[in-house]
Design a protein around this ligand. Structure first.
Ligand code: SF4
Length: 692
């Protein structure tokens, strides 16, 4: 007998609902469900991204047994040995160098919120450190930091379904057709309903193609553009002064800073005509309700937090908060990167963004968990190479790294440094579903169940808690992520055990006021509960949009304006390295392809590793043909890839995807970080090109 299992897609923050159709213990297809965000639609990853669950060896061998490195070689062992060895080594390192010598990650992919909650509890309560972080650090950490400063809450203020009813969408540094196809569909619907679309992007993306105005700005000039738009709105008397007076602080200082950012002043920074900038600002300001959406083209720059604050300031200037279909939307890329943040897999906060430095919050968690907890913020994961390689005091550097569902050996910037750090660490634990670049350096491999093989909850990009459900039995000697973490913790001397994910979720809720009302029962009934949701009763159905009535999440209810001086990217092009490189994504694959790279249909669609997008003029000048192999060099490394000539990019700018082992562009990227969020500048470095 077959069955249909309702679950949430594991491939982006759109949070699409789908049925996995199971026959004889195997998934045979997926069917779109009528979810809140997808309304019976899926992109190709939702349709075909389940294949790896049926066969443990489609392209890569699925991890099916724990392994320990013995005499330099990974050997399969029983779970007892793997758990006891892991716990013993962690305890030895903790005793010798202290708890802060150990770092751990959460997982924004298939594992679920409960596993992230258990992981951050393990690091804080069992290990005794706040050194816990996850891949939000390399993506939307600037959105969280910037919006928390501006609005008091770091999440999307708008809901995904509301997007189609906005009157104007300002899409900046965001290519939804590749990263969130179902969001792209909403943008098309908004356009069909009469909304104006303004896109700011150095590439001609699919959204740029359907836009009313495309600002094809120079990479690295976002802040100059955003502040020039603020300048025009003020200079032309388009400010919603009542909203500014009633609901915000810092307007006069903001006004003073953006005064010099006239469209004429930023023309040469943005490579845009002044009149085009003026026109974009006018359209945005005069819209009855407008929303701003952004992605990695805003966040992966060294001045990303400032840009996020600048975007929030534009929305404040024009009174675009307080109701539906307006506001700001940092659209989270990975399916559960919002969940990693929500659950406290961050170095500075527990679940629900309760700060570790807040005595009252810490005491509450101490009482619940029965231990003293560390008071200092932990290390962001992009600082790991520095804390391994550059800190000379053995007592102060990192010695162990528990990597759960991440592959920093491919996804982090400047891989040379990351590999050296992994080599130097005394102990590396990898908990994952497939062998990856990081696993090649690991001392212990802990094989976990994957999406489709376990239960839990994901957080969608717009704060929606939705269930994921087990559809098939795992094939191999596997455990769920939270079970593995609990076993290691217990073996280390801090017992943790739960009967199921609901029990973990209920503990999390009991400690997290803003999520307290989001029960499993309510998720079953409603399909999705958007936080904040504080009351368990069915009366509280969650919060589709934030900042109702212009009341912001800061204790005083006000929002903060912010502007500062624009600065150029950390490494700019020169005679030796005359091209710029930006990392991008491709629609058929997800992150570093752990799951999608093992799905037949998706690999058939995109079966050759890597490419570099270049302008037709540059290809002509260098006599490069379509698919020709080329060597790409930066000051940090060198890779070989294929040429993809395209009219979509400007002369001098190039684009590569980070998703493949071969031609991995993070060999080239800079480790230059935003000083507030510690997010890498993956969207800009200098390269040269060599014919081979
Ligand atoms: Fe929806 Fe994203 Fe999954 Fe595509 S990848 S089906 S847009 S959740």
């Amino acid at each position: 007998m077959g069955k249909q299992v309702l679950t949430t897609c594991p491939y982006c923050g759109s949070g699409c609902q789908l049925y996995l159709n199971v026959e004889n213990g195997k998934i045979v297809s997926s069917t779109p469900a009528n979810g809140r965000t997808n309304e019976g639609n899926l992109c190709l990853k939702g349709h075909y991204g389940w294949d790896y669950l049926n066969d443990p060896q489609i392209l890569t061998k699925r991890l099916t047994k724990p392994q320990i490195r013995k005499n330099g070689v990974l050997e399969e062992v029983e779970w007892d040995e793997a758990i006891n060895y892991t716990a013993k080594r962690l305890n030895e390192i903790k005793e010798k160098y202290g708890p802060d010598s150990i770092m751990g990650t959460g997982c924004a992919r298939g594992s679920g919120n409960e596993a992230n909650f258990v992981m951050q509890k393990f690091m804080r309560a069992a290990v005794g450190t706040n050194n816990i972080d996850h891949c939000a650090r390399v993506c939307h950490a600037p959105s969280v930091a910037g919006l928390q400063y501006s609005l008091g809450s770091g999440a999307m203020s708008i809901s995904i379904p509301e997007i189609e009813d906005t009157k104007l969408l300002f899409v900046i540094g965001y290519n939804p057709a590749e990263s969130h196809p179902i969001m792209a569909r909403r943008i098309v619907k908004a356009k069909q309903k009469g909304a104006k679309i303004i896109v700011a992007d150095p590439r001609i993306t699919e959204t740029a193609r359907i836009s009313d105005m495309h600002l094809q700005l120079k990479g690295g000039s976002n802040l100059a553009l955003v502040q020039a738009m603020g300048n025009v709105i003020i200079a032309e008397g388009m400010v919603d002064q009542k909203f500014v007076d009633d609901h915000t602080l810092g307007y006069e200082e903001y006004k003073k800073t953006v005064e010099k950012y006239t469209p004429e002043y930023v023309e040469s920074i943005c490579h845009l005509p002044a009149e085009t900038i003026r026109q974009a600002a006018r359209e945005y300001a005069k819209a009855e309700r407008a929303a701003i959406l952004w992605g990695m083209g805003v966040c992966q720059f060294g001045q990303a937090v400032d840009v996020v604050k600048g975007l929030a300031s534009l929305a404040l200037l024009t009174g675009n908060f307080g109701g539906p279909s307006m506001g700001v939307g940092p659209v989270r890329g990975q399916n559960n990167v919002q969940g990693g943040c929500d659950m406290g897999a961050l170095p500075n906060c527990y679940s629900g963004y309760q700060n570790v430095t807040d005595d009252a919050a810490r005491e509450k968690f101490e009482k619940a968990w029965g231990v003293k907890l560390p008071k200092e913020n932990g290390i962001p994961l992009t600082q790991v190479p520095h804390h391994v390689l550059d800190v000379k005091d053995e007592k102060k550097r990192l010695h162990a790294y528990y990597i759960f569902g991440e592959d920093p050996g491919q996804s982090d910037p400047d891989l040379h440094d990351m590999r050296e750090a992994l080599d130097k660490l005394d102990f590396v634990i990898m908990q994952d579903i497939y062998m990856n670049k990081t696993g090649l350096k690991a001392d212990v491999i802990l094989p976990a169940t994957a999406w489709g093989e376990h239960d839990g909850v994901y957080s969608s990009a717009d704060r929606g808690f939705q269930r994921i459900r087990k559809a098939v039995e795992p094939k191999g000697d596997l455990k769920t992520d939270w079970e593995i973490i609990c076993l290691v913790s217990t073996a280390m001397g801090y017992p943790m055990s739960y009967k199921n994910t609901k029990e973990i979720w209920d503990e999390m809720r009991s400690l997290t006021p803003s999520f307290y009302g989001a029960t499993y029962e309510k998720m079953e009934e409603l399909g999705c509960v958007q936080w904040p949701c504080r009351d368990e009763s069915m009366e509280d159905k969650g919060t589709p949009y934030l900042h109702k009535g212009g009341i912001f999440a800061h204790p005083n209810g006000k929002a903060n304006f912010f502007a500062t001086e624009w600065r150029a990217p950390g490494e700019i092009e020169d005679v030796e390295y005359p091209f710029t490189l930006s990392t991008v994504r491709e629609v058929g694959h997800y992150s570093v392809r752990t799951m999608t790279g093992n799905c037949r249909t998706l690999t058939n669609l995109e079966d050759e590793p890597g490419w570099i997008q270049m302008s037709l003029e540059d290809c002509k000048k260098l006599n490069l043909k379509q698919s020709e192999l080329i060597r790409v060099n930066s000051r940090r490394g060198s890779v070989i890839t294929r040429v993809m000539p395209t009219e979509r990019v400007k002369t001098g700018a190039t684009y590569m995807t980070y998703q493949w082992w071969i031609g991995a562009c993070n060999e080239l990227t800079v480790p230059y970080l935003d000083p507030v969020s510690n997010t890498p500048e993956s969207k800009y470095c200098a390269i040269n090109l060599e014919k081979i």
